[in-house]
Design a protein around this ligand. Structure first.
Ligand code: ATP
Length: 236
């Protein structure tokens, strides 16, 4: 079973701990404020109250073998940096840290922290990406350059199979699922719309009006496709 440690139980840390638990992972949750530790006691695997700048206390918490430590102390940079240094020293392999400035991120990166997250910037970017197009329904950043989006099928894709469209060759993207809504009648004779998801569609699957597609690829290529799609709609 995957095992993680979350240090710092503010809103960010608690959300991470909660989500990891819901996904079936074991979570060691740490804060130096007993009240914060109490708040997560009912759902995490191991709640511990300790000061993360205390090397002996962190060592005793047995967190050096977890899959990753999420360092969720952002505001107090000194504590964050000191804790990161101790985590590296006691042999924690993967550290993901919340930061609140570019400089903070840079220092942690130099110290060997693998990933830094600036929550406000991250959410801001995702929301902006969602807002720029009325055709994007869900958006997820996979890496700096890649994303996963759910969009309505561009009109010039309609009635064509994935093979005919040569999606990968021409558009340099992958379609990993097709979502369709089919009008049908339920057991009581009511007209309903049934949602179906075709995950990893075959080359012969055809895209129809009203379908949505889950697209993965480079952000530039996905943006290009969305722009082409919007231009055609405006011309109509
Ligand atoms: P958020 O924005 O996630 O709500 P926050 O505003 O509470 O966080 P942060 O400074 O990022 O502010 O603190 C996150 C948590 O880290 C707090 O619950 C705090 O008690 C805890 N914390 C601060 N210093 C230490 C420490 N030395 N050891 C352990 N936990 C600490």
């Amino acid at each position: 079973m995957a095992q993680f440690a979350v240090i710092g139980l503010g809103r960010f840390g608690v959300t991470v701990a909660e989500t990891l638990t819901q996904k079936g992972a074991e979570v060691i949750a740490i804060d130096n404020d007993e009240k914060k530790v109490e708040e997560v006691r009912s759902f995490v695997t191991n709640p511990i109250c300790l000061d993360s700048t205390d090397e002996q206390a962190l060592k005793a918490a047995n967190i050096n073998n977890v899959d990753a430590v999420i360092l969720a102390i952002g505001e107090n940079k000194e504590v964050s940096i000191l804790t990161a240094a101790i985590l590296r020293k006691i042999g924690v392999g993967r550290i993901i840290a919340k930061v609140d400035s570019v400089l903070h991120a840079r220092i942690l990166k130099i110290m060997g922290v693998q990933k830094t997250i600036f929550p406000e910037q991250y959410v801001g970017r995702e929301i902006a990406n969602l807002l720029v197009s009325q055709h994007i329904f869900t958006y997820m950043e996979i890496s700096k350059d890649h994303s996963l989006v759910e969009i309505t099928v561009p009109t010039f894709f309609l009635g064509k199979s994935l093979k005919e469209l040569e999606i990968r060759n021409i558009y340099n993207i992958g379609i990993i699922a097709i979502k369709s809504s089919k009008p049908t009648v339920d057991e009581d004779g009511n007209n309903i719309v049934k949602e179906e998801t075709n995950v990893i569609p075959s080359a012969d699957d055809v895209l129809n009006e009203g379908d949505k597609i889950l697209v993965v690829g480079k952000k530039v290529d996905i943006d290009k496709l969305i722009k082409m799609s919007e231009k055609k709609i405006r011309k109509k």
